[in-house]
Write a protein that binds this ligand. Structure first.
Ligand code: G
Ligand code: G
Ligand code: NA
Ligand code: MN
Length: 255
């Protein structure tokens, strides 16, 4: 389809790049890191969102190429920031289910990090629950275990799709990202608070899992989440995804 051919042409033309969106500690208001989000440039030079090539994330060959390309660019950016003393914190990147079909996925991710002479603890892998569906669970647990020698593992879009508490028990995750569809209604006329968000925060706390709220757009949402112990916020209130060049302005210095 058009999505796959757009993705292939963007990869072949070196028109795939990471944008970075800040993640803030809700307690201190400090930037603790960023999520790297794919963008691609159309042949006319316009920046496009990944929705327009989403089918590529379901394809083994293309999702592998995309993840590799993103990691190469992320490592290049991080090396530059490190040499300039930019305190970029921890960088999250995304992988999709087909990436895990490659037996050496975990080693490859760690390889990119060590080749750039960076620490695994500076990186976080975001996966959705689809990674856990229809695959050999033992194999996935082993891969996540290998990565987890340093890399933080986050469960993305939590509460949508296959959301199952079984997954939390079976798969080792450090972070839950509460999907934006639960955060957005908070503070609207119809919704002063969110029982689902409250319950997820409470459950995560008792499991010792760090929580991130996605899609935070208002001060009221940020304050609601902070008051209930949500650790980290991400959303347009704190900053939109932007090119690597903008990142140093959002960071402190010295690490
Ligand atoms: O940035 P935007 O909201 O348009 O992202 C749309 C979707 O694409 C999100 O679900 C996001 O998780 C996903 N996405 C963004 N970047 C990457 C990436 O590098 N790899 C994978 N697998 N998914 C990504
Ligand atoms: O699935 P994932 O959570 O990775 O998707 C993140 C996507 O959500 C990114 O494409 C990003 O552009 C988008 N996004 C980030 N913050 C906000 C926000 O505050 N509001 C909305 N509507 N979208 C956001
Ligand atoms: Na994500
Ligand atoms: Mn998400």
């Amino acid at each position: 389809g058009a999505m796959l051919s757009n993705a292939r042409q963007a990869l072949n033309g070196d028109r795939v790049l990471p944008f970075y969106q800040p993640k803030l500690c809700l307690k201190t208001g400090k930037v603790g890191g960023f999520e790297a989000l794919l963008r691609w440039r159309s042949p006319e030079g316009e920046i496009q969102s990944p929705g327009s090539i989403a089918a590529a994330f379901e394809d083994v060959e293309l999702s592998t190429r995309i993840t590799n390309r993103m990691l190469e660019s992320i490592m290049r950016d991080c090396s530059r920031w490190k040499s300039k003393g930019v305190a970029y914190g921890r960088i999250a990147f995304n992988a999709s289910a087909p990436d895990f079909r490659q037996g050496d996925f975990a080693e490859r991710m760690l390889g990119y990090i060590s080749a750039a002479d960076l620490l695994p603890s500076r990186f976080e892998l975001e996966v959705t629950e689809s990674v856990f569906i229809g695959h050999n669970a033992e194999r996935i647990v082993r891969m996540l275990g290998t990565l987890r020698e340093g890399v933080t593992i986050a469960l993305d879009d939590f509460g949508t799709g296959y959301a199952s508490l079984t997954h939390l028990q079976q798969f080792p995750v450090d972070v839950l990202k509460i999907d934006r569809s639960f955060v957005s209604p908070i503070g609207s006329d119809a919704c002063s608070g969110s029982a689902v968000v409250d319950a997820v925060l409470q459950m995560a706390r008792s499991l010792g899992i760090t929580t991130v709220a996605e899609g935070v757009e208002t001060l009221q949402q940020a304050e609601y989440l902070r008051a209930r112990g949500c650790d980290i916020g991400q959303g347009f209130l704190f900053g939109r995804p932007s090119g690597a060049g903008q990142l140093p302005d959002l960071c402190g210095r010295g690490g």
